[in-house]
Design a protein around this ligand. Structure first.
Ligand SMILES: [Zn+2]
Length: 567
């Protein structure tokens, strides 16, 4: 194993998968006295090294498990880490943060380097309340109940018992009656758990509101902004963002719905008409095998920028950094993980030759570029960035790759692929607004009844619904939000994707103006890691941290033009 050691505090060969091995080193840190700000800085370096070792152990176990879900030993090793090591890391991490922010020397640390880090740690310490610990445990348990309800959902369809994700593929079927029957089967199954889900959520709202009150906030929204370290934008900014989406995206969404309806030759667009290819095209097939994908993606990045191409190749050539092929026993989905001691990225996905796989490939490569560009930072907490910016790094690549899609497609196919991608952007923003606005309302009105909540959901459907006919499906419509796990399991986590998308679209506009300058700025911003505020990170990329109507309007105008060009 290679490590990039910056201190001798942690042995290179420590087995950081067990708490017994880590605990003595954390204890030394807890006991350490600071005589000056130099001691404090050394402490931060040593702690960073130790946190990196623990994080890499967790990453490696997670990677191993997702690459081979049928291996019990590997799975148990990961679960043991989650159960035995992670809670201890969380506890000791909080104690160490407290130790730093309460040190008399903290004010003497270099402002530019430490401001963002300390701002976050101060907040964590400030909002912590002992009495909230059991409430948070309760919240996690309720989240698990929700997750179990979802996991247990199966439907009998087409002669077999099928899971909800498996049912998704029928929505692509050209035969409308198949789409309708499968959609109804899923919706009916979900409705069986409707009251159980509402009951779980009712408990969550009471619990969460109390957590906020205990921590000295008036409502949960403000509390969560502090928990999520959202110091660079306010709840009011989010509400303005929802409005901007309503004004600027919805006309395009409605136009697209109208075009879809015409292309499908329908009088009304029903919920089961939204995923199928409206022109009856067969699915695109951008590549054959994982090797083919790697080869073509490498060429794509070399054409985009020589050094990005080299970074991509370094993942291909340098050790175990890519696991892309779909095979039996592999977990679903795709992700980028980092191994913080070796300071190496890793990309996981299930490449089956679909256009979606290509999107995932360039998206995750963007995350990997981000990691490689900021891994020089000796403090592990600064290698990375908040989601609002991290997703700019990845989503940008999805649009910047348009000029090089000839590596994968014919000119006619490129048109289809770009159109589909742009349609995805336009339709996801209203959904982000819906889910976010819904949660704002919920926690601003913590004493609402279940009926009032449903009414609010339908009202948001009016604002962000976009031309779908739900008549005769009223109950189904009312319960749509139950399938979105975020309000249940990770409250308020969602708007980040919308904010990042605005950054990614700006990056695309810049790239069309001047590719060389855009790539230079892209790298510049990414190399700062998490050491700056969000507006500063955006600015370093030559982007504006702005989600007002005027920004959304500019971006949507370009998207609409481009959609027309690729019609
Ligand atoms: Zn991502």
């Amino acid at each position: 194993m290679t490590t990039m050691m910056i201190t001798n505090f942690v042995p290179a060969d420590i087995d950081a998968t067990s708490w017994e091995n880590l605990q003595p080193y954390y204890q030394t840190l807890l006991d350490r006295k600071f005589k000056c700000e130099g001691c404090l800085e050394q402490f931060l370096l040593d702690r960073s090294e130790l946190d990196a070792a623990a994080a890499e152990a967790g990453s490696n176990l997670y990677i191993a498990m997702t690459c081979d879900t049928e291996n019990e030993e590997v799975k148990n090793a990961f679960l043991s880490f989650v159960e035995n090591v992670e809670p201890e890391l969380k506890k000791v991490g909080f104690e160490l943060n407290k130790k730093v922010v309460s040190s008399e020397h903290v004010g003497k640390l270099d402002k530019e380097r430490y401001t963002v880090l300390l701002r976050d740690w101060f907040a964590d310490v400030e909002i912590f309340r002992e009495e909230n610990v059991p409430l948070q445990t309760e919240d996690t348990k309720l989240g698990q109940e929700y997750s179990e309800l979802c996991g247990a959902m199966m439907v009998d369809f087409d002669g077999e018992k099928r899971t909800m994700p498996q049912m998704g593929m029928y929505q692509q079927d050209q035969d409308r009656s198949v789409r309708e029957a499968s959609w109804r089967a899923v919706a009916e199954r979900r409705l069986e758990d409707r009251s159980a889900m509402d009951a779980i959520f009712d408990k969550m709202v009471v619990n969460r509101h109390q957590t906020a009150i205990n921590a000295g906030f008036e409502e949960y929204r403000g509390y969560m902004f502090a928990v999520k370290h959202r110091f660079d934008y306010t709840p009011e900014d989010c509400l303005a963002f929802h409005e901007a989406i309503e004004n600027e995206c919805m006309p395009i969404v409605r136009k697209l719905a109208e075009e879809r309806k015409q292309a499908l030759g329908l009088d009304t667009l029903r919920p089961w008409d939204l995923a199928v290819d409206p022109h009856g095209h067969a699915a695109l097939k951008p590549f054959d095998s994982a090797d083919d994908l790697i080869e073509k993606t490498s060429k794509l990045f070399h054409r985009m920028d020589e050094s990005l191409g080299e970074m991509f190749d370094s993942m291909r050539d340098g050790g175990y950094s890519l696991d892309l092929a779909s095979r039996k026993g592999k977990a679903p989905g795709g992700y980028q993980a980092s191994r913080d001691r070796q300071r190496k990225p890793f990309i996981f996905m299930n490449a089956a030759g679909l256009p979606r796989d290509l999107d995932t490939m360039v998206h995750e490569a963007g995350h990997a570029f981000h990691y490689m560009l900021c891994r020089h930072d000796d403090l592990v907490w600064l290698r990375g960035a908040p989601l609002e910016f991290a997703e700019v790094a990845s989503m940008s690549m999805e649009s910047l790759c348009y000029p090089f899609l000839d590596e994968f497609y014919s000119p006619e196919e490129i048109k289809r692929a770009i159109r589909k991608h742009l349609e995805g952007i336009v339709s996801v923003l209203p959904w982000v607004a819906t889910i976010d606005a819904f949660q704002h309302w919920i926690y601003l009105n913590p004493e609402h009844t279940c009926e009032e909540r449903t009414a609010q959901w339908l009202e948001l459907g009016e604002r962000f619904g976009g031309g779908v006919d739900w008549s005769g499906l009223e109950s189904e419509h009312e319960a749509v939000w139950h399938r979105q796990l975020h309000p249940f399991e990770v409250p308020f986590y969602y708007v980040e994707y919308g904010i990042a998308q605005l950054g990614a679209l700006q990056m695309w506009l810049k790239y069309r103006e001047n590719p060389t300058a855009a790539i230079k700025d892209y790298k510049n911003g990414l190399s700062l890691g998490a050491s700056r505020t969000l507006p500063e990170l955006f600015e370093a990329c030559g982007l504006k941290f702005d989600f007002t109507t005027s920004m959304v309007s500019t971006l949507m105008k370009t998207v609409a033009e481009e959609l027309d060009k690729h019609a």
